[in-house]
Write a new protein. Sequence first.
Length: 66
Amino acid sequence: MRIVRSARAHIARYGEAPSFRELAAAVGLSSIATVSYHLRRLRELGVIVETRGRVSARCPHCGLTP
């Protein structure tokens, strides 16, 4: 859930979702493929939605909107 927390923090600070590279840097990953894998799994679980190459951490359980 570090990815979701990082995405939420980025949205709160900048008003938009982070890029894959920004998200990777925020959670200490060097591989965009690893970020992509985790984002795909989170999307399958309904935790996030993805739009135009940016991740949007819309968490229905926490009431977050971009």
